[in-house]
Design a protein around this ligand. Structure first.
Ligand code: DX5
Ligand code: ZN
Length: 229
């Protein structure tokens, strides 16, 4: 478990490269290549809730040893509570799980907070913001999926922009301060508009790891977000 104060990001557009798109056999070099990012995004998939099977707590622990960046863990699993606990034990700084997979989301978020982890909830493309109206009060991060969870490299769903706008309006109306993360399909084509409507954290898998110069991709995405649409 980590010190949450040490894992609090700064202001401005925050970039979270998803290691789902990295070269898994060269993970040490891949992590070194994203040192200028703000988070390491670790997609945990169980092969049940989504078809793919990816990383577990050992990768989270290894990423913590290899990098100074906060680990932002995104659970796409049928039963989030036990894996969320293991992720916290492994040193994850932020743990988000899907509201659709966890009816008692507020309880798990409170438990994660007690364990020194920033709790978050993630919302599928077809889950309305209204469904998360109460749960967001317990969250340090709310993840708006820009694609169906499960794979990197999918096309961005345009309606995500309106969902982020609605979530940002809810955040200010309720005087809350969670970070809004957009995950899936993020690129130079949409980072500006997403930032304009209230997104803080930009997950990027194929955009960052699909090119040789990861640092340059991170800088260009940050710049595009901060420039706005
Ligand atoms: C999708 C994952 C994403 C994915 C993003 O289920 O949650 O984090 O890696 O990949 P891109 O940026 O390529 O859409
Ligand atoms: Zn993700």
């Amino acid at each position: 478990m980590s010190d949450p104060e040490a894992s609090n990001p700064g202001s401005g557009a925050l970039i979270a490269p998803s290691i789902l798109s990295a070269d898994w056999l060269a993970m040490g070099e891949e992590l070194a290549g994203i040192a200028s990012a703000d988070f390491i995004h670790v997609d945990v998939m169980d092969g049940v809730w989504v078809p793919h099977l990816t990383f577990g707590p050992d990768i989270i622990a290894a990423a913590k040893r290899a990098s100074d960046l906060p680990v932002d863990c995104h659970l796409m699993v049928a039963d989030p509570a036990p894996i969320a606990r293991e992720a916290a034990e492994a040193g994850a700084d932020w743990v988000s799980f899907h509201l659709e997979a966890c009816p008692l989301a507020h309880r798990l978020m409170a438990e994660l907070r007690d364990a020194g982890v920033h709790p978050g909830i993630a919302l599928n493309p077809t889950t309305p913001i209204a469904a998360a109206k109460e749960a967001v009060r317990y969250a340090d991060m709310v993840v708006v999926m820009g694609v169906e969870p499960g794979f990197s490299g999918q096309a961005f769903i345009p309606r995500t922009v309106e969902k982020v706008r609605e979530l940002a309006e809810l955040r200010s109306a309720c005087d809350l301060d969670f970070l809004i993360q957009v995950d899936g399909g993020v690129s130079l084509a949409n980072a500006g508009i997403l930032r304009d409507v209230g997104a803080d954290v930009f997950v990027a898998g194929s955009f960052v790891f699909g090119v040789e110069d990861h640092a340059r991709a991170i800088a260009s995405l940050r710049q595009a977000a901060e420039a706005g649409a």
